[in-house]
Design a protein around this ligand. Structure first.
Ligand code: UFG
Length: 338
């Protein structure tokens, strides 16, 4: 069965391609390589022994999207990762984010609506909850006003899919709301490849550990948490990739309760920034150079998932601990700087 993975050369996309191939799916990747590298195909092939089909397409080019689906009538499902994801950049360039994240989503959905039957998995984010009132966060927690155009594209994306599913009986979709993905494949053949200065905590930690950055800035230690730093739910990228496969199988097997469903994907455990640093120090045996600085505007204090729905309905559960995931990120960082 053929599955289209958009953004399949990216961080979460590439790990998901591996899990799909290992389950016997045939994969075709679309990626424009704007924030990824064609070399990732070699990493995927080294792990699975099978080179996925790849087409370099910019999904903003509607004609090319139409043409792709004409040539690949046998695509049974789409996992749609391709999107821009830098929160700060989205504030500077909102239209870029609306065009990249919303325009392309609409083009793909239009093609899926032409089919009798299609399954669609959407990369959403816990950012839709903003600072939730209750922890852990369940899927029925209210969606808060988005803090950034990026966050807004995730909220709008979910609404666009839900509205489309309502009037398209053959279209079945699941939105996965990720918490904080991290780590690399245990083979160290694929992992996170941030371009430029990393915005996210874990790649900044490992790049500081390896000496590429002098110092990690810890954004604030005066939050109302036990150690004063923000709390997040760090989910191992391979666990997250597996959640996509089980969600897709649920749709393909017709086991979904509704034709649009939403699931949190996290571990259910919150870790502070200082705990993440301690984890790095434990698994690497290195002291990390860090300094507490002012808060980063827009950061929420605490977010961790209630994973009951994914555990019980998808039958999925995260398996890796923070230390195991951190170790994989560190092994990867050492390998790519070799
Ligand atoms: N942090 C630092 N120093 C850094 C980077 C991050 O102290 O150099 C802190 C942040 O303040 C935050 C935590 O580490 O407390 C995690 O920050 P990340 O940037 O790694 O992750 P966020 O939770 O801010 O953002 C992630 C995704 C976004 C998504 C958001 C949803 O990267 O795409 O979760 O809440 F929108």
């Amino acid at each position: 069965m053929k599955i289209l993975v958009t953004g399949g050369l990216g961080f979460i996309g590439s790990h998901t391609v591996v899990e799909l191939q290992e389950k016997g799916f045939e994969v075709v990747i679309i990626d424009d390589c704007s924030n990824s590298d064609e070399q990732v195909l070699n990493g995927i092939t080294a792990i699975t022994g099978k080179r996925p089909e790849f087409e370099k397409i910019d999904l903003k080019e509607k004609d090319k999207v139409e043409d792709f689906f004409k040539r690949h009538q046998d695509v049974a499902g789409v996992i749609h990762f391709a999107a821009s994801k830098a929160v700060g950049e989205s504030v500077e360039k909102p239209l870029l984010y609306y065009e990249n994240n919303i325009g392309t989503l609409v083009y793909i959905l239009k093609e899926l609506c032409k089919k009798n039957k299609a399954s669609f998995i959407f990369s959403s984010s816990c950012t839709v909850y903003g600072q939730a009132d209750k922890m852990p966060i369940t899927e029925d927690a209210p969606v808060k006003v988005a803090e950034s155009p990026y966050g807004n594209t995730k909220q709008m994306g979910e609404e666009i899919i839900a509205d489309t599913c309502k009037v398209t009986p053959g279209l079945n979709a699941i939105a996965l709301r990720y918490f904080n993905p991290m780590g690399a494949h245990p083979s160290a053949e694929i992992g996170e490849l941030p371009k430029g200065v990393p915005q996210n905590l874990v790649p900044f930690i490992t790049q500081t550990g390896i000496g590429l950055r002098d110092q990690l800035a810890v954004f604030g230690d005066d939050y109302p948490t036990e150690d004063g730093t923000c709390i997040r739910d760090y989910i191992y990228v391979v666990d997250l990739a597996k959640a996509h496969v089980v969600a897709l199988e649920r749709l393909l097997d017709g086991k979904n309760a509704d034709n649009y469903e939403v699931f949190n994907v996290g571990t259910g455990t919150g870790s502070s920034v200082l705990e993440a640093i301690q984890s790095f120090e434990r698994v690497s045996g290195k002291k990390l150079n860090y300094k507490v600085v002012d808060r980063r505007p827009g950061d929420i204090t605490t977010a961790y998932a209630d994973t009951t729905k994914a555990n019980e309905i998808l039958g999925w559960k995260s398996e890796y601990t923070l230390d195991e995931a951190m170790k994989s990120a560190w092994v990867w960082e050492q390998k790519i700087r070799d």
